[in-house]
Every structure is written in C-alpha cells, then in structure tokens.
Write a protein of this length. Structure first.
Length: 289
C-alpha cells in the first residue's frame, strides 16, 4: 500500500510522485490510500499504470481539484480534465474530483480512456462536460456516485453502467451526450439512479445524441419534475431520430406519456435482459468485488 497525504504524513504528497514509484503494467493490484485534504493537482493516471485502486478516506473531504477550461489558452475540451485515467483496471473510491473553472464552457472533471474502470462512492463536480467517458468500446462501472453539472455533463463513446447514482442538474439543459458508435450496442445504462436539480431548474432533457447512434437507457430511475415531458432532444437534427437508441423502463416520479415518439419504453423482458453481463463484452469479473 502507498499513502498520499498533502501534509507529509504519507509516503508522498502528490499523485504524480506516487504514480512514478509504481511498477508499470502490473498483474496484481496496488492500493493507493489518499488521506483527507485538498489536492490541487492535475492528475494523470498513465497508460502504463494498471491494476491500481485509488481510495480516499472520505469523498466529502478528500478532494482533487483543478480549474482548466476549453477557452483557456485554446486548450480544447479534452485537455481540461482535473483527473484523466488512461490505464486499464483502475478503481476510484471515496474521492471528490472537481473542476472549479465555473460556467465558462467546457471544463472536464474526470476524463477516462482506460478499460475496465470502476468508480465507487465518488463525487464528480463541474458544470459543462463534467464527466467524459472516452474510448470506443471501453467499459466503466459507476456505483453510488454523485455527478453534477449543467450541459452534457456525462458524455462520450464508452459503455458505462451507472448503479444507484445521483445526477444533479445545475441548469436547464441536457444530462447526457453519448457518442456511441453504431457497431457497439450499448452506451449508457442508468439503473436505479435518482435525477435531481438545483432550485429553479425546471427544463432538463435526459440526453441528446453527440453522434447519430447515441445509446442511453434509464431503468428503474426516479426523476424529478425538472425532466422535460419530451425526455430527449435530437440536437437540432431530425436525422438523429432514426438512429439514436434511447429508452426507459419503470420510471418513477414523472409522467413519461409525453416522451418523443422516437424513444422507446422498454418491455419487462427487454429490461430484464439489460444487465452488466449483457452490456459488457468479455465478462464482468472485473466488476465484482
């Protein structure tokens, strides 16, 4: 085990120094324990770092923060991350990852490119583009997390299962913007999640297709009245209505009768078949504790 602490109580004071002392491409798991504190650091988990579990003491008081944004020095969206994970088989637990740039456009808190990533009990805080799930065919499992933002605050091409997460909208906008490739059957699946909103926020869409074959499903989710009756938006392109793969099952808390006709209400049989085992290719052993 390796310990990081901002006040020098651990083995290292920064994530960079800790990662530099972990052997590349390990086939066993190393735990990095992160003690309470504010870590003002732009964190990169490099591709050669694999099988690492990064565990905070407490998500409310173990905070990684940075404030880059797309318009700053023309860095573009994909360089704005507070934390980026390029390695495979990485687990995050009990951390807050925040982009504090404010409402200045695209500003990513967590950016993932690796495969078989687990995120458990974490808080992802930002505004536009809070959580970028990059990498076609990459697989993520996100459980018991709190994710907040304004526009498209969960977006990307990866296949992600969200279990019992809270999605908190800070403005009248869109929650998801999946860019699922046509060749991949599943993008985002939200299971037993809760959708909430800040005071005064009353007009939020579940999603819009960043790419034509966007795939997003909500199963057994509780949604507040801030969700628009239509549910989904075509990103001002009617052609997307023929290709986007959107649906719900057993939504609680809001009326789904007004949903757009090109989104689906799943049958019980279809919903039952939609499981982590079904959406993740090549097995789910990496999800199991």
């Amino acid at each position: 085990m390796i310990t990081i602490a901002p006040d020098g109580r651990g083995d290292y004071t920064t994530f960079y120094d800790a990662f530099e002392h972990i052997r590349a491409f390990m086939d066993y798991t190393v735990t990095v324990r992160v003690l309470k504190g504010i870590y003002r650091e732009k964190v990169l988990v490099p591709a050669w770092l694999t099988h690492v579990e990064i565990v905070g003491e407490d998500p409310d008081s173990t905070v990684i923060t940075w404030d880059d944004y797309a318009a700053k020095d023309n860095m573009t969206t994909f360089r704005t991350y507070t934390m980026r994970i390029d390695g495979n088989d990485i687990t995050l637990r009990n951390l807050t990852i925040a982009n504090t740039a404010g409402r200045v456009g695209q500003a990513v808190a967590l950016h993932t490119e690796g495969d078989r990533i687990r995120i458990v009990g974490c808080r992802l805080l930002g505004n536009q583009d809070t959580f970028y799930t990059g990498g076609e065919g990459r697989r993520l499992y996100v459980e018991d997390c709190y994710i907040e933002g304004t526009t498209d605050y969960i977006f990307g091409a990866a296949t992600v299962w969200f279990e019992r997460c809270t999605l908190h909208s800070l403005s009248n906008s869109y929650i998801t913007a999946a860019s699922t490739p046509a060749s991949i059957p599943y993008g985002y699946v939200f299971n037993r999640c809760t959708l909430t909103a800040a005071q005064g926020v009353t007009k939020v869409y579940l999603g819009r297709p960043w790419r034509p074959y966007a795939s997003t499903f909500f199963l057994h989710c509780t949604m507040g009245r801030h969700i628009r009756p239509q549910g989904w938006h075509n990103w001002r392109n009617p052609a997307n209505e023929k290709t986007a793969r959107y649906g719900e099952y057993a939504t609680v808390g809001c009326d789904t009768d007004g949903r757009v006709k090109w989104a689906r209400q799943l049958s019980p049989a279809e919903a039952t078949q939609m499981t982590p085992s079904a959406i993740f290719a090549y097995g789910v052993s990496w999800v199991i504790e």
